[in-house]
Design a protein around this ligand. Sequence first.
Ligand SMILES: [Ca+2]
Length: 150
Amino acid sequence: MSLSVRQLRNRATSLAVGVACLSTAAIGLAPSAQAANIDKWSSFWQPCGTYMCLYYHQGLTGASWTPTWSSDTDLGGNKFGDHGTGSDGAGQVVRNNAASMGNNTTNCRVATFVYTNFQGDNNWLTAGHAGNLNSSLSNNEASIRVDTCT
Ligand SMILES: [Ca+2]
């Protein structure tokens, strides 16, 4: 079988269209991460140490986790403790177990992420604010960091 130049051109065009469709499909499978500000309360009253804290329950209640450093790439190795807001949840692993968060910095944002190493959807707070994690992050967070300092 021999193909005319015109037939070859038509085949090349079909192939190019197919590749373009595949590229669009691949992009569709990897949506960009959603960042949500969850400021609900203006509050520096938190057992947050210098940086931030996560709580086992909503409303800044239950056991809390109070790091003494400005980020944590994997909350799987950390546990809640009773730091004055309740003992419920004390001893449990922080990762995928937090319901609210506080930012005790005076000039930075604090953000917690669905995945380790600060990847995926995230919830963030402005300085001196606290809030409940939204439906994407509540009981579904893996890392946290201080960033965007002014
Ligand atoms: Ca950790």
